[in-house]
Design a protein. Structure first.
Length: 86
């Protein structure tokens, strides 16, 4: 029983650590890597039966994907019309 609890505890710590890492990557602008790490954390939380955390992460991933898509479109328009050169 203690061995199982210890393993579960390590998985929870790992998943929470991944969450912090993903948030740091998001702040630095590395959205693709952040999404990958959020997915890893979500899988761990799902294994542990933490469905609320899994749903929260799914919403965060959706938000990041939408934001990343918007950033790419904005960057394309800036380059296409050379807005930043004026």
């Amino acid at each position: 029983s203690l061995k199982i609890q210890k393993r579960l505890g390590k998985k929870i710590e790992t998943a929470e650590g991944l969450m912090f890492l993903a948030e740091d990557l998001e702040i630095s602008g590395n959205y693709d890597k952040s999404i990958e790490i959020f997915i890893e954390a979500s899988e761990l939380f799902n294994e542990l039966g933490k469905l609320k955390k899994t749903n929260d992460i799914a919403r965060e991933i959706s938000r990041l994907k939408e934001f990343s898509k918007t950033m790419i479109e904005d960057e394309y328009l800036l380059n296409k019309y050379q807005v930043d050169k004026y």
